[in-house]
Design a protein around this ligand. Structure first.
Ligand code: NAD
Ligand code: ZN
Length: 380
């Protein structure tokens, strides 16, 4: 094959022309990577709620036409000036939030909230020159969270790419790009349940089930799933969730139900719903003296968290996390290794699979609540 390095690549991409309208498979031009950028051949991508949310664009800044997609795995095709850590042929996971390795957050062991490359959902262009690398007949098509993986090729800042083990199957580890790492890290890095402890998981979507997977890996002895949708309970059994509570089945607040079930409260709770009521319940149901609650869900704009300060004096701890506290470039390769060592199971998250030309089906599955993760092969 003739080299594509330094040239524009024409390839297929799923373009969102308008909010809420089906994506259209188009031939797009993908410009070569500029300074600190990498052009990646996307092998497989997956659909996450955040894509659907910004595609619907209800209440957010609409940026169209746009190429969505941020959970994926691919192979480096070429690199721009100044890129030394990656070379053509390397296997990578794109991440919606980056790690520049230079800023005070990246230099702090405690933070993953990079100043330069922290998620920005309104920006549809590259940092280097404020331009898009995608176009159709010279008209720019905008990027999404710096990844735009619903395309056979994408240009991504080097700080938003984790270099992974080339032996890792891309059609499995692609889901570590976002949702699964978020839930897993919320439990393993932030809640840190001691072996034998009791963990409550609020919300049994892909993020909550990943948090449950973290609890299983940490050796929790009881994993209690809390969800308003009883259909979620069947699936959750595969994730080691052994007890279920539906707040709708009780007349008292769910935190009281959990406190009674666990002789004073759970040791850890992880909230993965986005509901402010669930956030408050998740905090109030932890045991005094040592209980830790971790918030993961993204609340509504006007929500406020209300609880009695006595809960803090009684030594309940409230925390929150972004991307499971993982630093994308430093930590994701190790999460991939957890999968390779068979400590972490990913197969059970992948409920559906389609080719790029059927990408709208993936949106249907998610909108109907049928899929946990639908993977999309770009060659299909
Ligand atoms: P999902 O919609 O698949 O799952 C959410 C579940 O919560 C559903 O099953 C729903 O029935 C349940 N639920 C809603 N309200 C509830 C309540 N009051 N009590 C109990 N259960 C309730 O969503 P998901 O993809 O798993 O994502 C979960 C949350 O995590 C979302 O808010 C998402 O935006 C957020 N998220 C956060 C980060 C981060 O870095 N902090 C990253 C990714 C996603
Ligand atoms: Zn940084």
């Amino acid at each position: 094959m003739p080299s594509t390095v330094g040239k524009v690549i024409r390839c297929k991409a799923a373009v969102a022309w308008e909010a809420g309208k089906p994506l259209v498979i188009e031939e797009v031009e993908v410009a070569p990577p500029q300074a600190m950028e990498v052009r990646v051949k996307i092998i497989v991508t997956a659909l996450c709620h955040t894509d659907v949310y910004f595609w619907e664009a209800k209440g957010q800044t609409p940026v169209f036409p746009r190429i969505f997609g941020h959970e994926a795995a691919g192979i480096v095709e070429s690199v721009g000036e100044g890129v030394t850590e990656l070379k053509p042929g390397d296997h990578v996971l794109p991440v919606f939030t980056g790690e520049c390795k230079e800023c005070r957050h990246c230099k702090s062991e405690e933070s993953n909230m990079c100043d330069l490359l922290r998620i920005n959902t309104d920006r549809g262009v590259m940092l280097h020159d404020g331009k898009s690398r995608f176009s159709i007949n010279g008209k720019p098509i905008y990027h999404f969270v710096g990844t735009s993986t619903f395309s056979e090729y994408s240009v991504i800042h080097v700080g938003c790419l984790a270099k992974i083990n080339p032996a890792a199957p891309m059609d499995k580890v692609c889901i570590l790009s976002c949702g699964v790492s978020t839930g897993l890290g919320a439990t393993l890095n932030v809640a840190k349940p001691p072996r034998g402890s009791t963990v409550a998981i609020f919300g049994l979507g892909a993020v909550g089930l990943s948090a449950a997977e973290g609890a299983r890996i940490a050796g929790a002895s009881r994993i209690i799933g809390v969800d308003l949708n009883p259909k979620r309970f069947d699936e959750a059994k595969k994730f080691g969730v052994t007890e279920f509570v539906n707040p709708k089945d009780h007349h008292k607040p769910v935190q009281e139900v959990l406190t009674e079930m666990t002789d004073g409260g759970v040791d850890r709770s992880v909230e993965c719903t986005g509901s402010i009521n669930a956030m408050i319940s998740a905090f109030e149901c932890v045991h005094d003296g040592w209980g830790v609650a971790v918030l993961v869900g993204v609340p509504n704009k006007d929500d406020a968290f209300k609880t009695h300060p006595m809960n803090f004096l009684n030594e309940k701890t409230l925390k929150g996390t972004f991307f499971g506290n993982y630093k994308p470039r430093t930590d994701l390769p190790n999460v991939v290794e957890m999968y390779m060592r068979k400590e972490l199971e990913l197969e059970k998250f992948i409920t559906h699979e389609v080719g790029l030309s059927d990408i709208n089906k993936a949106f249907d599955y998610m909108l109907k609540g049928e899929s946990l993760r639908c993977i999309i092969r770009t060659d299909g």
